[in-house]
Design a protein around this ligand. Structure first.
Ligand code: S6P
Ligand code: ZN
Length: 186
């Protein structure tokens, strides 16, 4: 059923939305195969199994013509030197998506299967994901990194593509700036 015009309030202290749809929580145990250092990942999983990121969704449904929104909070940290990140996905029905930085420091890693791109993200930055580019978000700072995403309701989410093709680069903690390391060198 179509939904009525509405406003959604961003709860800046928690990254929540009001009113809210589903809130999804991804723990270390949910992120098998993502981090290059498998032993470090297993240790984190078998230990505290921390929440790595959370995704709060607005009540707008994932349906054709609608524009669902979500707020992702990636908690700070690294696994074997590789920064905390989202699983990453492709939209099987290729359409653009908009990200808007809300708090903290991070980046948007994009990959079209050939060339990786890196967009540094901070509060106020709009990151644009063109159709056909897989995308993953990374927290490169020491506080929660939070952003708004707005995407077409019939875009769909394909997580297998990233597991098969990677994202071109891995994002590692460096002395200063985050290091972008070619995926193949791991
Ligand atoms: C949805 C949008 C974001 C991500 C979220 C979690 O199209 O790109 O809301 O879903 O950042 O990432 P992932 O890769 O686990 O879905
Ligand atoms: Zn997306």
């Amino acid at each position: 059923p179509p939904i009525d015009p509405m406003s959604v309030t961003f709860r800046s202290a928690t990254g929540g939305m009001s009113p809210s749809g589903p809130v999804l929580s991804r723990r270390m145990s949910d992120l098998e195969g993502l981090f290059a250092d498998t032993a470090a990942w297993q240790e984190a999983r078998d230990g505290a199994d921390p929440v790595v990121y959370e995704v709060a969704s607005s009540p707008v449904p994932e349906a054709p013509g609608e524009l669902p929104q979500s707020i992702t909070t990636i908690h700070p940290g690294a696994v074997g030197g590789e920064f905390h990140m989202t699983k990453g996905h492709q939209h099987p029905n290729p359409q653009g998506e908009i990200y808007f930085g809300l708090s903290g420091t991070g980046g948007l890693l994009l990959f079209d299967g050939t060339t990786p791109k890196w967009i540094p993200m901070s509060p106020g930055v709009i990151g644009y994901i063109p159709p056909g580019w897989a995308h993953r978000s990374v927290n490169t700072g020491d506080e929660p990194y939070r952003f708004l995403a707005v995407y077409p309701g019939d875009a769909g989410h394909d997580y297998g593509w990233v597991l098969e093709h990677g994202m071109g680069w891995r994002v590692r903690r460096g002395a200063g700036e985050p290091q972008l390391v070619p995926f193949q060198s791991e």
